[in-house]
Design a protein around this ligand. Structure first.
Ligand code: PMM
Length: 286
């Protein structure tokens, strides 16, 4: 199966992030949060997002998990409304129950940062719904994942090996090969050096035969790279670094970019595509 965009005209899809979590939105009741989330999602679509990733659990390092009912309450109304408006939806969840409710509400992608490890039944849910399933590399929940950032075989080889196991589990549960997407999981039980090594060796994932999704947007390793005398570059000032990465990820053949600033990603991809078209042999687009 081709894991690179098949033609010169293809660009990676852009997945806009909508985190319906208390730390992403200021205070207010549940509906106020949902209303803001929907409005934010629609603005990302207007900016050119191909799909929205709706999440109700913060996975930042150290985060504790919401209750199942809380997660359902956060994401289902937002998915129902956006999907009713015709927006393609991905649900960012590790829970089978949430994935089930999300696909019933209209989601067509199940984005599972645990790759089926947190709740193995999620694989059957994705398979039964014929949803696209994103299996990310993951080792432990966010409150303790930093203790798992060791890769004796080298981070690239170890992550490829562990994702192969997740791929096989998803296929065994009935996820169709052309519905399965893999993700190296930047920042999840990985330090900055690990992330850079993975980014520089994305071709090592070709052997797994699946499309790749990468979420690099605003992550801490960019904060380290761009740190100044006052310390880490704040999260809202990592956009230029993220945009540079979007171009490099497109060049590396990544299928989908998960980003917060959709307009910046689409602009970067427009530049990348124009360059490639201009460089293509006359008449050819393959
Ligand atoms: N990163 C976050 C959340 N969900 N999903 C996938 N597939 N890949 C990622 O890298 C990923 C993800 C954490 O980032 P956020 O806090 O900005 O949402």
């Amino acid at each position: 199966m081709p894991v690179r965009p098949p033609t010169l005209l293809a660009r990676p899809l852009v997945m806009g992030v909508v985190n319906v979590t208390p730390d992403s939105f200021s205070d207010g009741g549940r509906w106020a949060d949902a209303e803001r989330a929907v409005a934010h999602g629609l603005s990302l679509i207007a900016d050119g997002a191909d799909v929205l990733d709706i999440g109700g659990e913060s996975t930042r390092p150290g985060a504790t998990r919401p209750l199942l009912a809380e997660e359902l309450d956060r994401v289902v109304p937002v998915i129902t409304e956006l999907s009713g408006a015709g927006v393609p939806i991905s649900v960012d969840t590790m829970r089978a129950e949430v994935a089930e409710a999300a696909v019933a509400a209209g989601a067509t992608i199940v984005n599972d940062v645990s790759g089926g490890l947190a709740d193995p039944r999620i694989l059957e849910v994705a398979a039964a719904a014929d949803a696209t399933y994103v299996a990310m590399h993951w080792r432990a929940h966010s409150d303790r994942m930093t203790a798992f950032a060791t890769y004796p075989g080298g981070v690239v080889a170890d992550v490829v090996d562990e994702l192969r196991v997740r791929r096989d589990a998803a296929l065994a549960a009935g996820v169709a090969p052309d519905r399965l997407v893999l993700d190296p999981g930047l920042g999840f039980a990985k330090d900055a050096g690990h992330n850079w090594e993975l980014l520089a060796h994305l071709d090592a994932f070709d052997e797994l035969g699946q499309r790749l999704l990468v979420g690099a947007s605003r992550k801490t390793f960019l904060g380290h790279l761009l740190a100044g005398p006052d310390g880490l570059r704040p999260v809202d000032q990592r956009e230029h670094g993220t945009t540079a990465l979007s171009v490099l990820l497109a060049d590396a053949g990544v299928w989908c970019l998960r980003v917060h600033d959709v307009r910046a990603a689409r602009d970067a991809l427009a530049v990348w595509s124009a360059w490639r078209r201009a460089a293509a042999p006359a008449g050819g687009d393959a």
